[in-house]
Write a protein that binds this ligand. Sequence first.
Ligand code: XMP
Length: 319
Amino acid sequence: DWSMAEFRAAKIAEIRAQVGQGRVICGLSGGVDSAVAAVLIHEAIGEQLTCVFVDHGLMRSGEADQVVSLFRGHYNIPLVHVNAETLFLNGLAGVTDPEAKRKFIGKTFIDVFEDEARKIGGAEFLAQGTLYPDVIESVSFTGGPSVTIKSHHNVGGLPERMDMKLVEPLRELFKDEVRELGRELGLPEIFVGRHPFPGPGLAIRIPGEVTRERCDILRKADAIYLEEIRNAGLYDAIWQAFAVLLPVRTVGVMGDGRTYDSVLALRAVTSTDGMTAEVFGFPGDFLPRVATRIVNEVRGINRVVYDYTSKPPGTIEWE
Ligand code: XMP
């Protein structure tokens, strides 16, 4: 695409001018935005960039490995991979308030990142994959007074604390433009087309207390849902699809026995920027088939429901 090629060239020049001979550290979240930012910056300044992937263990099945192999294998970009699952899960024990989860995860993310940055000798610049909607939504909620609906931890905090200057080459872009830029940079389609995933990960898709066991149950169910969506050829028609493991148990029957297990909610929405969203309508027997598979294959879930709420008044995530 001509305009993206131009954007790419302009941003590369801009990054070089901003950074000079300085060193840049980029925090990877596992998502598309930070990956595209990192690849673009690497193209601009090469070895002056180091990427740090703080792996909080709250990602979907297999996604953390994909990031690591993409950076180390495909692009050969220096990457520090920190496995901090235990640290995060220990800190989340007993935490049920959604904003408390976000705040803990955001703060711990910064602590771990800061430690790693220090270990590699620091840097003058911090790169982030901040998009235009992040800039807007973290400031205020349009349509009312300045109220923060959810604190998005990828904006603010770290640069002041570490006395670093920000490099945010995607700041003017919407999600679809970031994907286009990713393709322009040669990122694999399976990665570029990935649905957005929130920084706090599965922690905000498990209302109530987050435990390793509940993360594992959710990962299994979510993987079945996404596998069926891909097989049905619906993945690219959806903005985000995911499962939410509810802190509610209901009675069911399985074989000769009574079960008393968790309820799983499925959600799928269409959107262009995440600021508003419509419910995705699945064809005919899709949802009943997924529900049957999940209840049969995932121990701990005996009931599946579908979320029909648009945004507004709902948000995309449940927390
Ligand atoms: P909501 O739930 O606010 O989500 O309608 C809008 C978009 O933002 C994502 N989201 C987050 N992303 N940190 C993030 O990096 C967060 O705390 C967070 N909360 C929501 C959500 O997945 C959707 O794409």
